[in-house]
Design a protein. Sequence first.
Length: 773
Amino acid sequence: MVPLSRNPGAIKQYYHERDPIEKNNGQWFGSGAKKLGLCHGGADEIRQQDLNFIVSGYSPDGKKLIQSGSTSKDFNAKGLWNLSTKYEKDDLIIYENIDGKEERWICLRPHISSEKRIPDPQSKHWELFGHRACEEIVVSLPKSASIMGYHAGDNRIIDAHKKAAQKAAKFIEDQLIYARITKNQETNAFKTGNAVIALFDHSTSRENDPQAHTHILVMNMTDTEKGFRAVWNDRIYELQKLIQNVYQSYAAKYIKDLGYEITSDSNGKWEISGINQEWIDLFSKRSAKIDQVESEIKEKVSNHMSEALIRNEAVLLSRPDKDIHMTEDELKVLWENQLHKKEIELSVDRSKNQSKTHLTKSDYIDMACKAIHETESAFKENHIIDVALRLSRGEYVFEDIEKAFYDALRSGKIKQLSTIRHNQRAKKFIEPLYSTPKMIEIERGIIESIRQGQGKLEPIVSKDIISEYIARDYDFYKNGQKEAIHAIFDRNTISSIQGKAGTGKTTMLGGAYNILKKEAPDYQMIAVAITGKAAEEIESKSGIPSQTIDSFLLSNVSTNECPKIIVIDEVGILGSENFSALIDRAKKENASMVCIGDKNQLLPISAGKIHRDIQEIGIPVVLMDEVLRQETPEMEKLVTDIVNYQNLKAPNGITTAISDLYMQGRFIKIKDDIERIASIAETFMAHHDRDNTLILTGLNNDRKLINETIFNQMQDQGIVSNKTVKIEIKVPVPIMGVKKYFSSSYEIGNYAYVERMGKDVDLKLKPGQEIKI
């Protein structure tokens, strides 16, 4: 689960519930807790009264430390003395005030509260809800380890879990606890390095399956030079995955040191070897229910909702009441009836002592750099540590990998580039960026090649001749298209053309190619693209011979000495290494390069943001921002408004576009799923130009249902045959970055294609060869 902000009532009602195996009441952790005197005589056990005060922003002796999010009102003025109680349980009371709004109060000192149980703010025995009590992070052992620890009875595993949970809490305290200070009207976040943390250990899931987990409650208070302040929790949310990764690194290492073997995947998920998936599923009844609810949510929500939020919502919606009456003996009988623990022990014993290749901490940092550089040129410290921890699961822990990172920094294997300044909710935060010397050299080489190539060539076709062609044959082109043709034949070895989808880039290329064939027949023009589909589209619409970037780089250098123009499509998603390789290849081919794309596209498939970098170093750029793809005035205006918003020309562009759609009656709301899909299919079937009509949906399940509905209607109307043909196709499986290093990323029966052979690889394979796994 993602971190959750908890209010005082939730803390008080739940965390002190009885656990059938873990008998203690939790423990305090952190230097902030020690300063507040919460560790009584060296004992860290949590007392109910102390917890009530801390979660409400008070010290254990009743002194207000942190102000509540909402201000308490004068009870007498509101007349609440005369109102009846709506709800009362233990020390929680919900009243309805004279405005008809609920107010929730928690008793801080239940043993001295009045017999009438009336909240009295003057006595400071009660606190109005509204204070953010804490952030809750749950760390949980893999199911196989919980089975071995609780069902098979290896208590050492449970001790390992608790130690790992404390290490995660220590990481949070040392790395993620910040407070805010405002000076000269500027608010900055600064690290305090101290926290008040409560740890509650639980042994079972809500379905009474074995599940060791610890609730780490980071209280909303941290000590500063000016006393206790509220915690700035942005870093806890930002690095929530790293928190889990840190915990799992310790848990896996501690348990492996006990003699167990583990298996892990690219996400860092691991299990004890010898416990098969069937047993894991048997004791994962809670997970099965969550999975079911998660699937139901995914069918109803759009793609903008993250996987983590969907999972979190599924956890909450599927949560049953916890059975607090089950005893430890009853649980063990229940588990033994489902699976004999002796069978588990024998299977795990057979899986021990498997030999594995041992790598150093430095090796894992190197591997992490290589994996990251497939998708990014620069990285933050937490990113590389996160990747290295996943790669080294069971071998090293957070402290090991952190030390290896700083060793690499000191030795020069990793270099700091600069710092980036976040402005998160007006609280400024500075963070360094890093890269490797190799990637820095690649990007410097790219920039230098671009600079050196400016004005170096003689124009391929004179401006006057180009202008004549445009006036005669392409006068209907927009201004941006005309300028782009001039740029292609200009004196630069590398030119940049910026244009969003629908601005006529491919059409413009067709015009430039026709001029080249007539005025410079000794020249060749080729186009390269990331995907085969993109290359095919360029060739079919412009006539320019096209191929994928990979196939071009793997092909032999042409022996034909005639000069070339290499058009690089969608360079905004091209990586640094590939772009550098294209520059080297262009030099060998006596070619100039034309970079076409959109600098505001999605993050690159590979490392770097080449098109943006080219434009930001001052190289002349042709801007194509006039929309051509939309054929009706209404749609053209719609897209123009959106493009102008993206180009910072129209701050209200999105609002204007949506308003226009409403005015045109283009927003049709149908709440029922079946009715909505039927209406979409009916509208499509009735359209006069179905072949040029595209249906877009954010849900994969809807896509399938819509296609199936339309196909069935086409069969009913005899538009398509009722005969079916089964065709086997090969679908690319993207395995990038860290995933390449794990066997779990590959499946038996899949095919792999050799792209290139490394220098140190001793295999009898050739580029382009197909391998069946």
